[in-house]
Write a protein of this length. Structure first.
Length: 295
C-alpha cells in the first residue's frame, strides 16, 4: 500500500441522470480515498437503454483543449488514468497520446483501461476502435478489464472453455498489460470473474451467483473498484474479493429495490439504475462472502 494521496484522471461517458461511466466510477473512488478528475467522452441525458437519450459527443479537439489546460496549469500529475467508453477513433487515438504524455510526467502512473467494445456478441462502438485498442492502447495499459466478448475481440480467439480463457488471457498479457481482469465470463453455465497477474503467473477466479437482470454501469463500477483495491491492497486475491463482493452487493441491492417499484409506466432501465449512494457502507467495507481461488 502506498501512503501518497492517489489522484485519478477518469475519461469515460457521463449521464445527467443515472449511474454509468464517470457517474458509476467517481463516487466509489472518492469513498475509497481517491481524488478524481473527470473528462466526459460523451454527455447524455441518460444511458442508451432508455427509450430516449439526448446529448453531446466530445471529439479529439475537445479532449486536447481540456488536457492542454490541465498541463499548462501543472494540474496533470496523476497516479492513475482510467478510461472507459469512447465512441470515436479520433478520440481513442488522442487518449493514446495522452497516456504517453502522462507517463512521461509520472513514470509510475498506472493506466487502467476498460476496453468498452460490446457485450453478449454485439459491438456497440465502431469496428475501427478494435484495432486501435489492439495496436495502440494495449501496449500502454497496465491493467485491462475486458468482459468475455471483449477478450475475444482483442485476441481474435473464441472462448468456450476455461482453458481457452486462460490462453486468451496469456495472449493479452503478451501485448503489454501486467494485470488482466476479465470482469465476467459465462462458461459451462457459470458466471465467473477471472484476474491474472503476469509478474508471478497468478491466476484467480471467483464464481458469482446470478442476479436475474442486466445492469448498465456494472462494468464501469468493476474497473473503478479494481483500480482502487489493487492500489490499496498488496494481495491480488484480496483486491479481487473486495471488488467482486462490493459489486455483487450493489447489484443485489439494486435488484431488490427494482422489485419494490410498482408504477405501471416505469421504464425497466429506470428500475435497475445502480443503487450506488445507498451502497455507501458496502463500498467502504464490503462483506467478503464470495472467495477467490487459484486455478
Amino acid at each position: 500500500m502506498s501512503c501518497k494521496q492517489p489522484h485519478v484522471l477518469s475519461i469515460q461517458s457521463h449521464v445527467v441522470s443515472g449511474y454509468v461511466g464517470n457517474k458509476s466510477a467517481t463516487f466509489p473512488l472518492q469513498l475509497l480515498g481517491f481524488d478524481v478528475d473527470t473528462i466526459n467522452s460523451v454527455q447524455l441525458s441518460n444511458h442508451t437503454g432508455y427509450k430516449v437519450f439526448k446529448g453531446q459527443v466530445l471529439n479529439d479537439q475537445d479532449l486536447t483543449q481540456l488536457v492542454d489546460g490541465l498541463a499548462e496549469n501543472e494540474l496533470d500529475n496523476y497516479s492513475h488514468l482510467l478510461t472507459g467508453y469512447v465512441g470515436s477513433a479520433s478520440f481513442l487515438n488522442r487518449i493514446a497520446q495522452l497516456v504517453k504524455a502522462l507517463k512521461i510526467k509520472n513514470p509510475n502512473l498506472v493506466y487502467v483501461c476498460d476496453p468498452v467494445l460490446g457485450d453478449n456478441g454485439h459491438m456497440y462502438v465502431p469496428e475501427e476502435l478494435k484495432n486501435i485498442y489492439k495496436n495502440d492502447i494495449l501496449p500502454l495499459a497496465d491493467i485491462i478489464t475486458p468482459n468475455q466478448f471483449e477478450l475475444e475481440l482483442l485476441t481474435g480467439l473464441t472462448i468456450k472453455t476455461m482453458s481457452e480463457l486462460k490462453e486468451a488471457i496469456k495472449v493479452l498479457h503478451s501485448k503489454g498489460p501486467k494485470i488482466v481482469a476479465v470482469s465476467s465470463t459465462d462458461i459451462e453455465n457459470k458466471l465467473t470473474s477471472v484476474t491474472s497477474v503476469s509478474k508471478d503467473n497468478t491466476m484467480i477466479k471467483i464464481e458469482v451467483p446470478r442476479i436475474p437482470a442486466i445492469y448498465t454501469g456494472s462494468g464501469d463500477l468493476f474497473a473503478a473498484l479494481l483500480l482502487a483495491h489493487t492500489y490499496l491492497e498488496d494481495d491480488i486475491k484480496i483486491s479481487l474479493e473486495k471488488t467482486i463482493n462490493t459489486l455483487f452487493e450493489v447489484l443485489e441491492k439494486t435488484y431488490h429495490h427494482s422489485l419494490t417499484i410498482k408504477e405501471a409506466n416505469a421504464q425497466q432501465a429506470k428500475k435497475i439504475e445502480l443503487r450506488l449512494i445507498q451502497s455507501k457502507k458496502n463500498i467502504e467495507n464490503p462483506n467478503i462472502l464470495l472467495r477467490a481461488v487459484n486455478f
